[in-house]
Design a protein. Structure first.
Ligand SMILES: C[S@@+](CC[C@H](N)C(=O)[O-])C[C@H]1O[C@@H](n2cnc3c(N)ncnc32)[C@H](O)[C@@H]1O
Length: 338
């Protein structure tokens, strides 16, 4: 039974404040009443007060995290992931092997705490294939994979089972938006459902948005309408076929696993003095060196010059492995004067 100090009602507020200050107030129970007295819950007997054991109504506090309500064996609790991705009204969690048998319970707990979540999936493997799509395992809620995600003031309709999308890049996309100048022509080489393209088109004159995945281009088209953005030109197909036909002020290369293989296409698609945003994966011990070397080599091959503008770690995607960004400007080399 909980403990409470019994104080005359008129002293109640003063005593409550004092108990909070002393760290003795017990927030798990509501303050009770007994005639002209208040029963203020405390964590231990308090000197100078009459302390009683009494029935008090427990406070129904809304849990803040799924970990507070999930039912898994005690020894597995330290393995519970502290976070998960939310795409629209769908949660996607990465479960360590030992928690896989408790996947459905974890899904249920996520839905109990996050009331706007309609479906929960576990990552069923790595992002793979040409479309960079991830296998998913349904854990709880509706078996739906289509949703509308909001970020940076735009709405993105997408199907998490058919296209690539990561909500973790929202800050990076914002950063590129801030660097974009009004009137620019942008070439988004690996556009997906358009999180860069739709956002940048709010400032740019025109955005060419290419993707090889027909589902991505279908959603990109829908997202143009959803956000009332007319100046995005969706291009379905291999970017190698379009590169060089466009001369953009700004090129975005968001295919981090393979970006090096497309550097030539990117450099052929940027105007003299234009900027390329390159994304790659790197181990902690060499975040930028290998990528910058590849950038210099391709520029040399094409007779171009590069000026590195910025380099940054975007996120940690595996232990000691990072998703990095390198921004560089490309110049046509001035002819050598004899
Ligand atoms: C990592 S995702 C990035 C999507 C998007 N930029 C975003 O931030 O969500 C890479 C995208 O490149 C597309 N892709 C892969 N190879 C391609 C190619 N050769 N030509 C055009 N698109 C390609 C994939 O279908 C995928 O949608």
């Amino acid at each position: 039974m909980p403990l409470a100090v019994k104080v005359p009602r008129e002293k109640g507020e003063e005593v409550r404040r004092k108990l909070i200050e002393l760290g003795l107030f017990n927030r798990d129970y509501r303050i009770g009443r007994e005639g002209d007295y208040l029963l203020i819950p405390v964590v231990e007997p308090v000197e100078g007060f009459e302390t009683v054991e009494v029935e008090l109504e427990p406070v129904r506090r809304r849990p803040h995290s799924y970990q507070e309500v999930v039912r898994v064996p005690k020894e597995l609790r330290p393995s519970l992931p502290s976070s998960f991705d939310i795409v629209g009204d769908i949660a996607i969690i990465e479960l360590p092997e030992e928690l896989v048998p408790y996947g459905k319970e974890i899904g249920r707990a996520i839905m109990e705490v996050h009331r706007h979540i309609r479906a929960v999936f576990a990552k069923g493997g790595k992002v793979g294939g040409e479309f960079r799509v991830r296998p998913l395992i349904h854990l709880a809620g509706e078996k739906k994979t289509e949703t509308i995600h909001r970020e940076n003031g735009i709405r993105l309709k997408l199907d998490i089972a058919k296209v690539y999308f990561s909500p973790r890049l929202a800050t990076e996309r914002r950063r590129i938006f801030e660097r974009t100048q009004p009137g620019e022509v942008v070439f988004d080489m690996f556009a997906g459902v358009g999180p860069f393209s739709i956002l940048l088109a709010k400032k740019a004159k025109l955005v060419f948005a290419c993707d090889i995945n027909p589902w991505a281009v279908k959603y990109l088209d829908e997202n143009k309408r959803l956000n009332k953005i007319p100046n995005v030109v969706p291009v379905l197909g291999d970017v190698r076929k379009v590169a060089g036909q466009i001369k953009a002020d700004r090129v975005i290369m968001n295919l981090p696993g393979h970006a090096r293989a497309f550097l030539k296409e990117a450099m052929l698609s940027v105007r003299d003095g234009g900027v390329i945003h390159y994304y790659g994966f790197s181990p902690e011990e060499d975040l930028f060196g290998k990528h910058e070397e590849a950038i210099r080599d391709v520029a040399e091959e094409l007779g171009l010059e590069v000026e590195f503008l910025d380099r940054r770690r975007i996120r940690n995607y595996a232990p000691r492995q990072y998703n990095v960004a390198i921004d560089f400007r490309v110049y046509v080399r001035s002819p050598q004067v004899q």
